[in-house]
Structures are given as structure tokens and as C-alpha cells.
Design a protein around this ligand. Structure first.
Ligand code: HEC
Length: 163
């Protein structure tokens, strides 16, 4: 079970703003509520056009499930069961030098599980072809948390979600 090893190393660095109760991370099994969210493209997309920041190597679409959207307000903590998706696509540059989104190479997901050592969120990256979690030598889930910790005051979410 991958999640327990993620949580083990993440804790060593002790992030500020860790407020979630820390009980039984093993309850968040891969087969349970943190498996690949197959219906995410039916959810609300948070961005109008694919996010393609100059210099970045991907185009991104963000999705939120209904539970995440039911958040009390823009600064409220996300309710248990919230799921946010960052669908990451390659960038294809055409003959005119215009970049457009290509194939999906990774589906990065945040699951609000309310426990564990990454402030109540489980961070996972899935291979879109197999829908299985990507191996740690390809993507390091600890890195997810450390980058998202920049927005700990927004419950670790960069994008505005909810009312
Ligand atoms: C270097 C910083 C960085 C790393 C590493 C990173 N993210 Fe993000 N993430 C962002 C930023 C910035 C956004 C805002 C949208 C965008 O520009 O893509 C974002 C957006 C998201 C979102 C949509 C919700 C939000 O916060 O806006 C999810 C879900 C997500 N990331 C999951 C992950 C997962 C899972 C990993 C690890 C596999 C990961 N991220 C690694 C910076 C990072």
C-alpha cells in the first residue's frame, strides 16, 4: 500500500498548518475512496481554457467533484470526500509556433480523506492508460504536498473552488 510510505516520509519535514487529526493512514487504501476517479470529466471544470503557463511543459485542466464545490466558502476547509483533479496533458506546438494541449500523460488527484500526515489530503498521480497509481520513481507524491503547502492557508488548494 503506497499511501503509508508517502505519509511516512512527508511527516519528517513537519509542515506548518497541519491541523487534521492523524489517525490510521492505512485506512485510505488504493481500492477504496482514493482510487482513480473515472467520472471526473463529468464534474465541473474549474478553468475556462487549458492552463498553459509560458515555459511550462504541460497543459492542465482542473476538475472538482460536487462535494468539493459544496465547500462553505472560498477559505473554508474542504469537506470530507472532496476530490480535485489536475489532468495534465503534453503541449503540442504547431507550425505557427502555437501551443495546444496534446495527450493526457498524468492525472493528479487530491482526495480529502481527513486523516494521515499530509493535512487531511491524499495526493496521488495516476497513469491515464492503466488508471493505476504511478510508481514512485516516476512521480514523487511527497513533492505534491510540499509544493501545495505554499497555499496551506487555502487548505492546500491553489485554485479558487466553491462560493
Ligand atoms: C511545483 C509545484 C507543484 C507540484 C510539485 C504539484 N502541484 Fe498540483 N498544482 C500546482 C499549482 C500551481 C496548481 C494550480 C493550477 C495549475 O497551474 O496547474 C496545482 C493544481 C493542482 C490541483 C487542482 C487543485 C488546486 O490546487 O488548484 C490538483 C488536484 C493537484 N495540483 C494535484 C497535485 C498532485 C497529486 C501532485 C503530485 C503528483 C501535484 N499536484 C504536484 C503546483 C504543484
Amino acid at each position: 500500500m503506497r499511501i503509508s510510505s508517502i505519509l511516512g516520509t512527508a511527516m519528517v519535514l513537519g509542515m506548518a498548518g497541519c491541523s487534521a487529526p492523524q489517525v490510521k493512514p492505512e485506512a485510505a487504501a488504493d481500492t477504496g475512496p482514493t482510487s482513480f476517479p473515472s467520472s471526473y470529466t463529468d464534474w465541473v471544470r474549474l478553468n475556462q481554457v487549458p492552463l498553459m503557463v509560458e515555459g511550462s511543459r504541460s497543459a492542465r485542466n482542473l476538475y472538482a467533484n460536487p462535494t468539493a464545490l459544496s465547500r462553505e466558502g472560498a477559505n473554508a476547509p474542504f469537506p470530507l470526500g472532496s476530490i480535485l483533479v489536475k489532468e495534465e496533458r503534453t503541449l503540442v506546438v504547431d507550425a505557427q509556433g502555437q501551443a495546444r494541449p496534446g495527450d493526457i500523460f498524468r492525472v493528479s488527484v487530491m482526495f480529502k480523506v481527513g486523516q494521515g500526515q499530509t493535512s487531511g489530503w491524499a495526493f496521488k498521480a495516476f497513469d491515464p492508460a492503466t488508471r493505476r497509481e504511478m510508481p514512485r520513481d516516476k512521480v514523487d507524491p511527497d513533492g505534491c504536498y510540499f509544493c501545495h503547502a505554499d497555499v496551506a492557508s487555502q487548505d492546500y488548494v491553489f485554485t479558487r473552488v466553491g462560493r
